[in-house]
Structures are given as structure tokens and as C-alpha cells.
Design a protein around this ligand. Structure first.
Ligand code: SF4
Length: 355
């Protein structure tokens, strides 16, 4: 059962309610470098990113949003810390959403100004609580970073906006600890109906970060909590998008791109399956249509084990058998297995026989 959240619009993308869990990422270019930022966002779009966030560090970065928006087709969220003027400038430049914590803006008059322009333009605000930057008072009250402290920080910001009758809100509660993050989201999910943006922050490099993110985001999504996700990795942001879809596919929430089923190999394997699987994995990443591909080490169990796959290969001694839906269709030499499989996949995609 999915938690019932209210729906907000970030540009053309609906977040919350029964809408699909939305995939987000954040650029790591200097936003003031307009061409580099556009190039990265276009690569993210190609990978399936549905909302992109950019850091707005000064007025030049805020102004750059106007130019960037002209050449991208997904909604853009301006990420701002403390400076309400940058929020106003970003809205003026065409941002589709703001990530700013009202509790950190300072004078209430400043918050009111930000809320006013957001209301006028229908722009939601994401309250992004980060375990690393909780307010002093909250930390003192709870004796450090706890799930309750994170939730209180979020509720303080939510209250500021609600007191201004502004409810176009999305909330995130990120920490680098999986347990802390999960507990904080669970608590908040029972208190408000705003859509929740999930993520484990500062999760780490590509492999380590993916494991942490898959656990934290996965536990919550499995419990029906979460309306949009970002897999934060110390890596190319395109990797974050790929990882997000892998998590969503694993939970059968979204089905974008090719799924790879491959065996761990054992003493029966007589080909270099690791090399073949790696090559196929790499080549499959550019496919956006749903397709199940199996790469198996032997013919004893291979095709049978992978009979749910649309297409696959199973190794023999120096050769492999190409199979479709568990049925063997052709014998190919080991060194040609990857290329031959991909040729058949492209042909299937052309005639839509995999979908
Ligand atoms: Fe071993 Fe064959 Fe199973 Fe791979 S498919 S793990 S090689 S038995």
C-alpha cells in the first residue's frame, strides 16, 4: 500500500498521489557555466532523469537558469541555501521549483517574499532537511542528530509555510546513515501528507553509494513511502539516474530500460562469462525500452534458469547458445557472443517484439 500523499506539480511533472515515483538528479557542473550545465542536463534527460536540480550559489548562477531552461525539456529546481534573494532571482529566471529551508532564511519577511512569488507562479518549495546541518536548538533539544530531531526541523519549516497558507510543499530528510534516514521518513510520513523526496545523502562512491541508497530508498519504497527519489553518488550524475531506475525496477515500481539477468558462474562454466557479461551490461545501458536479457554460464541450467528472459546466451565449451524465451535458436562462437546477442536485441527493438 502506497502512502497517500497530495499531488504537487513541478513544471510539467506530477509528484505524489498515485503518480509514478519520479527520478531526479543534480548537476555537478558550475551552474554559471551555462553550456556545461546544459550538456550535463541533456545527458541526464537521455538517461531518463525527470527533474533536475542545480546549485544556485550567486546571482550569476540564478540568472543562468533562464538560458539553461531554453535548452532543456525537464523541470529545473533551484537549490539555495540561506539567501532569499537567490530564491527570488531563480523564480524570476524560470525555475520550476525551489529547494530552500524557510527556517534558514532568517527574517520572516524574507520568507513571506519567497512564498509570495512561489504562490504567484505555482512553484513548489522543497524543504530539504539534512542531518549535517540541523539547527543548534534542535540538536540541543535531542542531544544530537536523531530521527526525531530531523523530523522536528522539517516540521518547523513546514509550519512556517503553512502559517502563510502555503502547502505546495515537498519534503526530504536526508542523512548518510540508512537507519537514521529510514526512521526519520517513517515518522514524518505519519505526520503530514506532503509528497516525500527520498535519498541517502553523501552515500559514497558509485558502488558503496549504490548499496546504501538501494537499501535506504528501497526499504522506504517497499513500505509505500516516497514519491520521488535521488540516488546521490560521488560519480557522474548519469550513474545516479541509471541506479534509480534499477532500484525502481527491482521493486517493480517502474520498468525503464533493459534488465540483465546473469549467473554468478560456477565450475560448469567454460567461457569467460565475466568479460562477456560486462560488455553486454555496458551496451544495454543505452537501451530505454523494457527488455529482459540473460547471460548464463552453461547450457545445463542456463536457458532453463533464464526462461523468463526475452533473449539471452548460455555458454558451452568455447561457444554459446543464443536463446529466446528459454528456447535455443542458434550456436555462436564465444568471441562473437556479445556482438551477436546485441544484434538480435537491436533487431527485436526495431520490430518491438520484446515489449
Ligand atoms: Fe553454474 Fe551454469 Fe548456473 Fe551459471 S548457469 S551458475 S555456470 S550452473
Amino acid at each position: 500500500m502506497r502512502r497517500q500523499s497530495r499531488v504537487i506539480n513541478i513544471g510539467s511533472v506530477k509528484v505524489g498521489g498515485d503518480n509514478p515515483v519520479v527520478v531526479q538528479s543534480m548537476t555537478n557542473t558550475d551552474t554559471r557555466d551555462i553550456q556545461a550545465t546544459i550538456k550535463q542536463i541533456q545527458a541526464l534527460e537521455k538517461a531518463g532523469c525527470e527533474i533536475v536540480r542545480v546549485a544556485v550559489v550567486d546571482e550569476e548562477a540564478a540568472r543562468a537558469i533562464a538560458e539553461i531552461k531554453k535548452q532543456i525539456s525537464i523541470p529545473l529546481v533551484a537549490d539555495i541555501h540561506f539567501n532569499y534573494r537567490l530564491a527570488l532571482k531563480s523564480v524570476e529566471a524560470g525555475a520550476d521549483g525551489l529547494r530552500i529551508n524557510p527556517g534558514n532564511i532568517g527574517d520572516i519577511k524574507r520568507v513571506r517574499e519567497v512564498v509570495k512569488v512561489c504562490r504567484e507562479k505555482g512553484i513548489p518549495i522543497r524543504i530539504g532537511v539534512n542531518a549535517g546541518s540541523l539547527e543548534k536548538g534542535v540538536l540541543e533539544k535531542y542531544g544530537g542528530i536523531t530521527p526525531q530531531a530531523m523530523v522536528e526541523s522539517a516540521m518547523n519549516s513546514i509550519k512556517i509555510l503553512e502559517d502563510m497558507d502555503f502547502q505546495d510543499i515537498k519534503v526530504s530528510l536526508k542523512a548518510s546513515s540508512v537507519n537514521l534516514t529510514v526512521e526519520a521518513y517513517r515518522l514524518l510520513a505519519d505526520l503530514v501528507d506532503y509528497p516525500l523526496h527520498l535519498g541517502i545523502t553523501e552515500a559514497g562512491t558509485k558502488d558503496r553509494g549504490l548499496i546504501k541508497s538501494a537499501l535506504g530508498i528501497g526499504i522506504l519504497l517497499h513500505e509505500g513511502i516516497g514519491d520521488t527519489i535521488r540516488v546521490s553518488l560521488t560519480s557522474d550524475p548519469v550513474d545516479e539516474v541509471w541506479a534509480a531506475y534499477e532500484i525502481l525496477r527491482s521493486l517493480e515500481l517502474r520498468n525503464r530500460g533493459a534488465e540483465l539477468i546473469s549467473c554468478p558462474t560456477c565450475g560448469r562454466c567454460e567461457i569467460d562469462l565475466l568479460k562477456i557479461a560486462e560488455e553486454i551490461d555496458y551496451r544495454l545501458r543505452s537501451i530505454d525500452k523494457p527488455l529482459k536479457v540473460a547471460v548464463m554460464g552453461c547450457v545445463v541450467n542456463g536457458p532453463g534458469e533464464a526462461k523468463e528472459a526475452d533473449i539471452g546466451v548460455a555458454g558451452g565449451k568455447g561457444y554459446g547458445l543464443l536463446f529466446k524465451k528459454g528456447k535455443i535458436v542458434k550456436k555462436v562462437r564465444e568471441e562473437e557472443m556479445a556482438a551477436e546477442l546485441m544484434q538480435h536485441i537491436y533487431a527485436m527493438l526495431d520490430d518491438n517484439s520484446c515489449i
